[in-house]
Write a protein that binds this ligand. Structure first.
Ligand SMILES: NC(=O)c1ccc[n+]([C@@H]2O[C@H](COP(=O)([O-])OP(=O)(O)OC[C@H]3O[C@@H](n4cnc5c(N)ncnc54)[C@H](OP(=O)(O)O)[C@@H]3O)[C@@H](O)[C@H]2O)c1
Length: 359
């Protein structure tokens, strides 16, 4: 796992650089201070100010260079390092929620390639069965289990039945992927209360219930991996006009960070995946591009990085986008995203109008 933590090593190196710079500046300042005191006491204040400024400049520069070095190490040396091994999980089970399409489908395909059996959960049973059959055909010896489950309407009894059907499986990987959003950006006050509740039930309640259901066995077995499909929206980027969705994603992100601390001693990793756009029905991006990876490629990157960063910005252009956004003050970020979402909304409403006219 050393290679995967290259980013943290880079940050450590950056901090060491900062310490060295500060020490050098302080030594220089004290030497100059002594000679200035002897030569001209009036020069003393100027020398001190000059060295304080120089020291601060060196610290700032070292931080930037250290951060950049860590970033380059993390994203451009990692492809040469071995991806996380799933050998210890071979033949065991992974559970993927929202598995019938998009990112969930990507996780199913990539987990099966890593010789894991997979449980597929979603509402569209036919889609799940077709995907499961395809995965079994492509990965000899891999078993799948399809369970039709609606995280929106699920009752305590439904969750208990689900738990019973997973009881005999040795589950070591959970992908909390299921997620819903409003169809296009909408102000908080205009979101239907029912939609608000649905987003919370599907995005948050499902995550809590599935984690509670499967984590105890991972702890007992002293191995496991949990991925939370959070989002850049609500974590690294503000999400005005998608405020409820963004808040649910921030919840998942925060839960992942906290849980990761609780379970690390049991050899269980918990990671929050925080992408910008990925090709899927939800994102409405149909083709991959430099800034929009395919769902399968995105899932592969997350799996390859098991056990590395807790907040996993697995696709480097997304991390670059997040860093660029962070350069703006928060108020400007909010206003930028608000304008962007306003434009997306206007386009979506026009499209809807055209479709209604065409009917
Ligand atoms: N795509 C992106 O750009 C992007 C970016 C950031 C984060 N994410 C996150 O990634 C995750 C997957 O997103 P995606 O883009 O792949 O979405 P998607 O294409 O809309 O797929 C959503 C999946 O969830 C299932 N699902 C929806 N409602 C459900 C319910 N009530 N009960 C059970 N299953 C349900 C869907 O299957 P059924 O309809 O068959 O139930 C489908 O399999 C989400 O958590 C999303 O927030 C996506």
């Amino acid at each position: 796992m050393k290679e995967l933590n290259a980013g943290s090593d880079g940050a450590g190196r950056g901090r060491r650089c900062v310490c060295v710079c500060v020490c050098v500046c302080l030594c220089e300042a004290s030497r100059e201070h002594e000679s200035a005191k002897m030569a001209d006491p009036a020069m003393l204040n100027k020398v001190i100010v000059a060295y304080v400024l120089l020291g601060l400049g060196a610290v700032a520069l070292a931080r930037v260079l250290g951060g950049l070095a860590g970033w380059l190490l993390r994203y451009f040396l990692r492809p040469n390092a071995a991806p996380a091994s799933y050998a210890a999980f071979r033949g065991e089970w992974a559970v993927v929620t929202g598995a019938s399409q998009g990112v969930g489908e990507g996780f199913v395909r990539e987990l099966a390639k890593r010789k894991m059996n997979v449980v597929l959960l979603a509402r569209s049973e036919e889609k799940l069965k077709t995907l499961a059959a395809d995965v079994e055909r492509q990965n000899t010896g891999i078993k799948t289990k399809v369970i039709r489950f609606d995280f929106d309407s699920a009752t305590a009894k439904d969750y208990a039945a689900l738990e019973a059907s997973l009881k005999d499986l040795n589950v070591s990987v959970l992908v909390n992927n299921v997620g819903v959003n409003v169809p296009f950006p909408t102000d908080f006050v205009d979101v239907e209360p029912e939609a608000e509740d649905r987003i919370v039930r599907v995005n948050i309640t499902s995550t809590n219930k599935m984690t509670r259901m499967l984590l105890p066995a991972m702890i007992a077995n002293k191995k496991g991996a949990i991925y939370m499909m959070s989002s850049a929206a609500g974590t690294v980027s503000p999400a005005p006009m998608l405020s409820i969705y963004g808040a649910t994603k921030a919840y998942m992100d925060s839960l992942a960070i906290s849980l990761s601390g609780e379970v690390a001693r049991y050899n269980v990793s918990v990671q929050s995946c925080i992408p910008f756009y990925v090709v899927s029905e939800m994102s409405k991006f149909r083709k991959s591009s430099f800034t929009v990876p395919s769902a399968t490629f995105y899932a592969k990157l997350c799996l390859d990085a098991r056990g590395s960063d807790v907040q996993l910005n697995a696709y480097w252009p997304h991390d670059a986008m997040a860093n660029a956004l962070r350069l703006l003050p928060l108020k400007s970020q909010v206003s930028y995203v608000n304008d962007l979402h306003g434009k997306i909304r206007a386009r979506a409403l026009k499209k809807k109008e055209r479709e209604q006219k065409a009917q």
